[in-house]
Design a protein around this ligand. Structure first.
Ligand SMILES: Cc1cc2nc3c(=O)[nH]c(=O)nc-3n(C[C@H](O)[C@H](O)[C@H](O)COP(=O)(O)O)c2cc1C
Length: 379
């Protein structure tokens, strides 16, 4: 890997988030108990509707975090700090390179609670300017045989203003990305206005922006990845950014289903619009090489596939962008990251940071710490 490696500090520099009296052995023990508990609990959780479980678990986590000793135990168990994990990208100092991908905390309701689980950053959204309900339920499905999910959520969210309000009262100063999109009933000709509204609403509350034109679940959205509308949209946001002082990095989130020619166009557009980076990739519409039966996949129907089956293609896209841009475009990797080896594969392909979503569902809250430790061991 040609990228410059960070320097590594000594063990004594590892910061503890609890008083010294909290014994390291107990911390190790708690982490492993919670880890085994998750695998047991997951068997039960996976029997319940996936979307219901999401909100139920976040409710429990919210409750647990209201009790200070439990909050401290969670932090001590899952937050892992080490100087060699730190990364500076776009002038932002990330405590570690493992972020939570967009879609998990669409409405910025749980950033304080998720901060206890050790993420280096959290991407909220996708938010749209106006609140919208998303697609009819059920719209989130597990494919356990493939370590995958299929979702057709359709940007269900409370609107950009509400997300901004919640971010304004958060307690944990974790790095926040704001992922923005357009409302379903906004025609593509007016999409720019939607992105503008969400951009302005979130501007003071987020550290970077992601322009999402790659979700397969909003009809026509991905047509905005075409050269002309995309250039217009990104120029518009860059103009606003300049008017606001030009301080917020803006990234583009792309689909894994683009051809190499389309990726060449994207690289070109990023360069000409002076965008700051790319999130690669979103979910795929492909259903190739799945262990889940064709009939089950057909019954689930439309939606974006995420998780292990996406891993290889997402890595290919990252490699392509990295090499064809001479490493000049910072990339956040997303797609099929479950383990430290998966994360290292993405970093070696050219990513500066990584994000998890499906891996978080399958592996549980210990995923960030496990990946962080693995990165350190392989440095
Ligand atoms: C249920 C669900 C909802 C998602 N919602 C969004 C979203 O609103 N905006 C977005 O940019 N990506 C969204 N994603 C895509 C993820 O951010 C991520 O890019 C993708 O799932 C690939 O990563 P993974 O394999 O680690 O899940 C969603 C994914 C899932 C599974």
């Amino acid at each position: 890997m040609s990228r410059e490696r960070p320097t590594y500090g000594v063990r004594s520099q590892i910061s503890l988030s609890l008083p010294q009296t909290y014994d390291l052995t107990l911390k190790y023990f708690t982490f492993h108990v919670l880890l085994s508990m998750y695998h047991l609990i997951r068997t039960i959780l996976f029997k319940i509707d996936a979307e219901k479980v999401h909100y139920r678990v976040m409710k429990w986590l919210t409750f647990a975090c209201t009790i200070p000793p439990i909050r401290s135990i969670l932090k001590a168990s899952f937050v892992y700090r080490h100087p060699s994990l730190e990364r500076t990208v776009w002038g932002i100092r990330f405590p570690n390179p493992v972020g939570l991908a967009a879609g998990f905390d669409k409405d910025a309701k749980y950033t304080d609670q998720l901060a206890c689980l050790g993420f280096g950053f959290i991407e909220i959204g996708t938010v749209t300017p106006r609140q919208q309900p998303g697609n009819p339920k059920p719209r989130l499905f597990r494919l356990p045989a493939d370590n995958a999910l299929i979702n057709r959520m359709g940007f269900n969210n409370d609107g950009a203003t509400e997300a901004a309000r919640r971010l304004g009262v958060r307690k944990e100063r974790i790095i926040i990305g704001g992922n923005i999109g357009k409302n379903k009933d906004t025609p593509n000709e007016n999409a720019g206005d939607d992105y503008e509204k969400s951009f302005l609403a979130l501007y003071d509350q987020v550290d970077y922006f992601v322009v999402n034109v790659s979700s397969p679940n909003t009809p026509g959205l991905r047509a905005l990845q075409d050269k002309e509308p995309l250039t217009q949209l990104l120029n518009k946001l860059q103009t606003l950014n300049k008017e606001k002082g030009g301080s917020k990095p803006i990234l583009l989130k792309i689909a894994p289903d683009l051809t190499n020619e389309q990726l060449d166009d994207i690289i070109d557009i990023i360069t000409t619009t002076r965008l700051h980076g790319i999130v690669a990739t979103n979910t795929t519409i492909s259903r190739q090489n799945l262990a889940t039966s064709e009939s089950e996949v057909a019954t689930i129907g439309a939606g974006g596939l995420s998780g292990a089956p996406l891993r290889g293609r997402a890595t290919e896209v990252i490699k392509y962008i990295h090499s064809h841009s001479n490493g000049n475009i910072p990339i956040i990797a997303s797609g099929g990251i479950f383990t430290a080896a998966d994360a290292i594969e993405k970093l070696n392909a050219g990513a500066s940071l990584i994000q998890v979503y499906t891996g978080f569902i399958y592996e549980g809250p210990a995923i960030t710490k496990k990946i962080c430790k693995g990165i350190i061991q392989n440095r």
